[in-house]
Design a protein around this ligand. Structure first.
Ligand SMILES: [Zn+2]
Length: 419
């Protein structure tokens, strides 16, 4: 590393010692997309603003904007003729999202509520994993590698009779996008259902094993608790191309269609794919583990938000070879999901349902690791108005329950007739 690069690295790390970001005056704008032409104009903004949802004709797209950039966003929307389609759904993220979230966390501690009624930081998650392994002989922990900042990525394995590798195995990862806290709640809930609450889930750990990883982006996750609640990326700096910024979008960093649609080479973009596929420690660790475990027959990369259940592809509009099977499976499992709290998800390919996105984990698992049954969810909440990436903690449990119901159907199907 040259001396000048060292100075830049030092400056980047020193900056993380600043106070926690308050998000005072940050807003979420929703823009209704009425035509392909409007979608195209918005796509041009997607690498320079923080788009919380995908751009789709006939839907709202949510855009997170700092106070300094509100006038820039407004003038860009005006230039595209979209000012009338736009409305502010969160006027101040500090008061409308974060203070409410903090208040709920505080109330939870005061009345000592249930584990799944609040969010948990990295250390609490590790403690939960340790306690699970201590209490259940079917559970074991494997460290699949370290992150850029040296944190362990600990995979919780729940295997029939405590022996892993013999059964078809479900692999589920949560929180690869750091700010999507509600997803970790779902992963931890599933661990609990498969251990403490196994009696209520007969057959779920016979002839079938489970590998559950959360958070799948530990450095980013810790940063969302200490510094910036709405951080999305990894924490690995890259000095490449047109700028210098910390972090890569880990769900654009996998080796399927890498560098294609819906990604950016700009290191400061929120969809920056990184200098090369698997440039990030966490994506490399996941890749190496999955490729070394042929027993994995199911892959789930769990995200928030928007209520979508998706399968490959994201990087191309071409149908994947197993589209009919995946769509049927999704629809069948959705009946069970819907029956829990009457929530409705949309099933379809990533490209069709959310947005074109290249280098995503779900496509890589399917294409690169040969796991036919590969899904990715955008879970609760439905919209930014319902909390976006900081939904009420009261959403954690119902979200987890309905996702678990979906997975039970898929698990039964995979046990009986793996594709
Ligand atoms: Zn995500």
């Amino acid at each position: 590393m040259s001396p000048s690069k060292f100075v830049v690295f030092f400056a980047i790390f020193a900056s993380s010692a600043f106070a926690k970001k308050t998000y005072e005056g940050y807003q979420v704008w929703s823009v209704f997309v009425a035509s392909e032409a409007e979608a195209h104009s918005l796509e041009e903004l997607a690498s320079s603003f923080d788009f919380w949802t995908g751009i789709r004709v006939g839907r709202d797209v949510d855009i997170f904007v700092s106070p300094e950039r509100i006038s820039s966003l407004r003038s860009k929307l005006e230039a595209a003729g979209l000012e009338k389609a736009a409305r502010v759904v969160v006027k101040n993220a500090r008061t409308e999202l974060l203070e409410r979230e903090a208040e709920r966390l505080k109330r939870h501690v005061e009345r000592q509520g249930g584990f799944f009624e609040t969010y948990h930081d990295y250390d609490e998650i590790q403690q939960f994993l340790d306690e699970t392994v201590a209490n259940y002989s079917t559970a074991e922990l494997e460290t699949i590698g370290q992150t850029f900042l040296g944190r362990d990525m600990r995979l919780l394995k729940i295997c029939e009779n405590g022996v892993c590798g013999n059964n078809p195995t479900m692999f589920i990862q949560c929180n690869i996008h750091a700010r999507e806290w509600i997803t970790s709640g779902a992963c931890l809930f599933m661990i609990n259902e498969l251990t403490a609450n196994l009696a209520a889930n007969p057959g779920m750990n016979s002839g079938l094993d489970w590998y559950i990883l959360t958070p799948a982006n530990p450095d980013g996750y810790v940063f969302t608790w200490t510094d910036e609640r709405f951080w999305r990326m990894t924490r690995q700096p890259h000095i490449e191309g047109v700028g210098i910024c910390v972090g890569v979008d880990p769900n654009r960093n996998f080796g399927a269609g890498f560098g294609g649609v819906g990604t950016s080479t700009d290191p400061c973009s929120l969809v920056n794919h990184g200098p090369e596929a698997f440039s990030e420690f966490n994506t490399r660790n996941i890749r190496d583990f999955v490729l070394n475990h042929n027993e994995i027959v199911y892959y789930q990369d769990l995200h928030a938000y928007g209520l979508m259940a998706m399968y490959p592809y994201g990087y191309t509009p071409t149908d994947c070879a197993d589209k009919t099977y995946l769509q049927d499976l999704c629809d069948e499992a959705h009946v069970a999901l819907n029956a829990v709290h009457n929530m409705t998800y949309e099933c379809g390919s990533i490209y069709d349902v959310v947005y074109p996105a290249a280098g995503v984990a779900c496509d890589w698992a399917y294409e690169g690791a040969g796991i036919v049954t590969s899904f990715t969810f955008e879970s609760r909440p439905a919209s930014a108005a319902e909390g976006g990436f900081a939904p009420p903690a009261s959403e954690i449990l119902p979200n987890a329950q309905e996702i678990w119901a979906w997975h039970k159907v898929v698990a039964e199907r995979l046990k009986m007739s793996p594709p």
